[in-house]
Each structure stands twice: as C-alpha cells, then as structure tokens.
Design a protein. Structure first.
Length: 110
C-alpha cells in the first residue's frame, strides 16, 4: 500500500495492518504459515515441472486429487508432514526441502 494512502486511512481513524495483525498471530505462527506456503509452492512447482497431474500424485500418495489440491493451497487441514511427504514422493532431496522451508515471505517471521 502506498504510504500516502495509508496515512489518509489512518487519519480517518482506520487501523492499517496485514492478515497477521488482524489475526493476532505470534512470530512463531507467522513463521509456520510462511513455511507451509513455501512448501506448498515448491510442491506445485515441482509437480508441474515434472509434468505430473494432481491425480497421478494422489495415486502415489494413496490420496485423492482434491486432497492434493488442498495440499498445494496449503489448506489449514494440511500438515507439514504431508507437504514434505508429497515433495519427497516427487524426488525432492533434504537440501531442497531445507531451501523451501528457508524461504521467507514475511519479514516478521524471523
């Protein structure tokens, strides 16, 4: 958001923040959300780069296509364990998993 717009909103009595502010997330919760989002993006990118469909990945994981779609969206019902298992099923190495986890979205997740 532009600084000028933010100042106008605040001057009008509005509180300006992000989703983490609104949800009152702790630094640890922000970091966990960022990790899940990074892993989910890595999963989708890896699956697409290998030309594998969600259906094919679902069969590998003994799951359903709709579950794979939720995994790739980092749905709240999806565990980090499932994200990592799916990435490993697509051939990701420990180093690649560490890089995916290490990507930071939020500056407050440090």
């Amino acid at each position: 958001m532009k600084t000028s717009k933010k100042k106008k909103l605040e001057a009008a009595g509005w509180k300006v923040g992000d989703a983490a502010d609104f949800l009152e997330l702790s630094r640890e919760e922000i970091a966990l959300v960022d990790m899940k989002l990074s892993l989910a993006k890595s999963l989708r990118d890896r699956r697409e780069s290998k030309g594998i469909t969600q259906i094919a990945l679902a069969k590998t994981l003994n799951s359903s296509q709709s579950r794979v779609a939720k995994v790739e969206r980092a749905d709240a019902s999806v565990s980090i364990d499932l994200l990592m298992r799916a990435l490993l099923a697509l051939g990701a190495t420990r180093t690649e998993l560490a890089k995916a986890i290490g990507r930071r979205k939020s500056s407050r997740a440090a």
